[in-house]
Design a protein around this ligand. Structure first.
Ligand SMILES: Nc1nc2c(c(=O)[nH]1)N[C@H]1C(S)=C(S)[C@@H](COP(=O)(O)O)O[C@H]1N2
Ligand SMILES: [Mo]
Length: 354
């Protein structure tokens, strides 16, 4: 970690609000709520569920105004979904990008329950010419000198085909305030910024929204005045549970000699995970890990296992995932202005004691 750049107090302030998944929590199939990562741009709003409504309007035949009870009375859908922040890995980029200083753990897997977005849009009746849905949250703030609600749009098609849901439950309980009470969008396979929390409105439009969170943030660009490419689906990543015991300050690991089972998770929004490779020598040589069952469904991370015969010495453990579309984690990061989508392989320093 000595090569990690110093973060400033403003970044520490963000990091204290927006926490990551402790890597040992990769052991749970479904992340316990308090261990799921969090990212909130502005403040967590306090929402009165009895007066709250979800409005569906714009280019629709019949605008809808739905209470939480209305939504709960409909047929429910459920999905186990791995969500990851697009800024995960940011702090490993050089030169340093000032923002939420994620290391590698801005990820979590939850069982979401709610209503299908496609069903609601069908009911409202999407008018000809409607191409995009603007999703507006109740939280407000200032970013890039612009006062705004947190809001982003998605193509109607993505919401119709993509298994997207409006969730009112997480892991079997009502959405906690920090995860979007009373209702949030969940778009499986897409980076987290897509899944708008504290939803107030869905507005059907005839073009993509061009507000701050669309045109400035969440684009891969090298320079400020470049349009760049929008960030969409999650690139493959694998993470391992650091083995043995940690040293308090450095988090470096101490492992007993002998057989040591390395375990971790791998996921990709583009296509299924087909391979995870492990290296104990910093990426010089690799061997295949065994994939666990795909029991959690297509949108959740996959477990993996690797038997390591740990002999006394110093090691750097790495893991590397590949998906069915041929996307593979790079060994080294590639830089961009916003510090997004750095899915370079994890590196864990381990001392195997004599
Ligand atoms: N309304 C609203 N929705 C939001 C955000 C936000 O700040 N406001 N943050 C987004 C980002 S960047 C991410 S990564 C995910 C994080 O979801 P979580 O905090 O439930 O893990 O929520 C997304 N939805
Ligand atoms: Mo994010």
């Amino acid at each position: 970690m000595s090569d990690t750049p110093l973060i400033n107090l403003q970044e520490l302030q963000l990091a204290a609000r927006n926490h990551a998944l402790p890597l040992e929590a990769l052991r749970w199939d479904v992340t316990p709520i308090g261990l799921h990562y969090l990212l909130t741009h502005f403040d967590i709003p306090e929402v009165d569920a009895s007066s709250w409504r979800l409005e569906i309007g714009g280019l629709v035949e019949a605008p809808l105004s739905l209470s939480l009870d209305d939504l709960r009375a409909r047929s429910a859908v459920e999905a186990v979904v791995t969500m990851e922040c697009a800024g995960n890995g940011r702090v490993h980029l050089e030169p340093h990008v000032v923002s939420q200083p994620w290391l590698l753990e801005a990820v979590g897997t939850a069982r979401w329950r709610g209503v299908s977005v496609a069903e609601l849009l069908d009911e409202a009746g999407v008018r000809d010419g409607a191409t995009d849905v603007l999703l507006t949250g109740l939280d407000r703030g200032v970013e890039g000198d612009e006062e705004q609600a947190y809001e982003r749009s998605l193509p109607v098609e993505t919401l119709m085909e993509g298994h997207a849901l409006l969730a009112y439950e997480m892991n079997g309980v009502a959405l906690p305030p920090q995860h979007g009470f009373p209702l949030r969008l969940v778009v499986p396979g897409w980076y987290g910024m897509t899944s708008v929390k504290w939803l107030a409105r869905l507005t059907l439009r005839d073009e993509p929204f061009d507000g701050y969170q669309m045109s400035h943030s969440y684009r891969v660009r090298q320079e400020e005045h470049e349009a760049g490419d929008p960030i969409t689906r999650i690139a493959p990543r694998s993470l391992l549970v650091p083995p043995g015991i940690p040293e308090f300050l450095t988090r470096s690991r101490v492992v007993e000699p002998g057989p040591c089972e390395l375990v971790g998770r791998a996921w990709s929004g583009a296509a299924e995970i087909v391979e995870v490779d492990v290296s104990v020598d910093g990426g010089a040589t690799w061997a295949g890990a065994e994939l666990g069952p795909a029991a959690l469904g297509r949108w959740a991370w996959r477990s993996w296992f690797f038997e390591w015969d740990a002999q006394p010495g110093e090691y750097e453990l790495c893991c590397r995932a590949r998906d069915a579309a041929g996307n593979e984690q790079p060994l080294r990061p590639s830089w961009n202005l916003g510090g997004y989508v750095n899915n370079a392989v994890q590196r864990v320093a381990v001392t195997v004691s004599a």
